[in-house]
Design a protein around this ligand. Structure first.
Ligand code: SF4
Length: 102
């Protein structure tokens, strides 16, 4: 019998959430198109099949990344950590501001 998948610890989840929120905010700032509700539903349906073996149905949570799946699938820059679905917009981390030009 295999061990059930378990999500990462709270600190790792917080770190991943903050990075994901930063990516999504950058997409918002660029004016990238909003997510198509059909794409949100498609992603969620893929997770629910649990072909990855990481979907925790009781909590609607992904054990691979620890994210709440219902929220994750609605973010355009999010992607499945196991490659089952991809981001719909380029994932770009904005560069840190450099020193002012001379
Ligand atoms: S995001 Fe990927 S790994 Fe996580 S539950 Fe969905 S399909 Fe599985």
């Amino acid at each position: 019998m295999s061990t059930p998948a378990r999500p990462p610890g709270i600190l790792q989840r917080i770190g991943r959430y903050l990075l994901a929120a930063l990516r999504e905010r950058a997409a918002e700032h660029r004016g990238d198109p909003q997510m198509d509700p059909a794409e949100i539903a498609r992603r969620h349906a893929i997770c629910r099949t649990n072909a990855c073996g990481q979907y925790l149905a009781a909590a609607d949570q992904c054990a691979a990344c620890g994210c709440h799946v219902g929220k994750k699938v609605a973010w355009r820059t999010a992607s499945c950590p196991r490659g089952h679905w991809a981001a719909v917009t380029p994932v770009v981390i904005p560069p840190r501001p450099g020193p002012p030009a001379a």
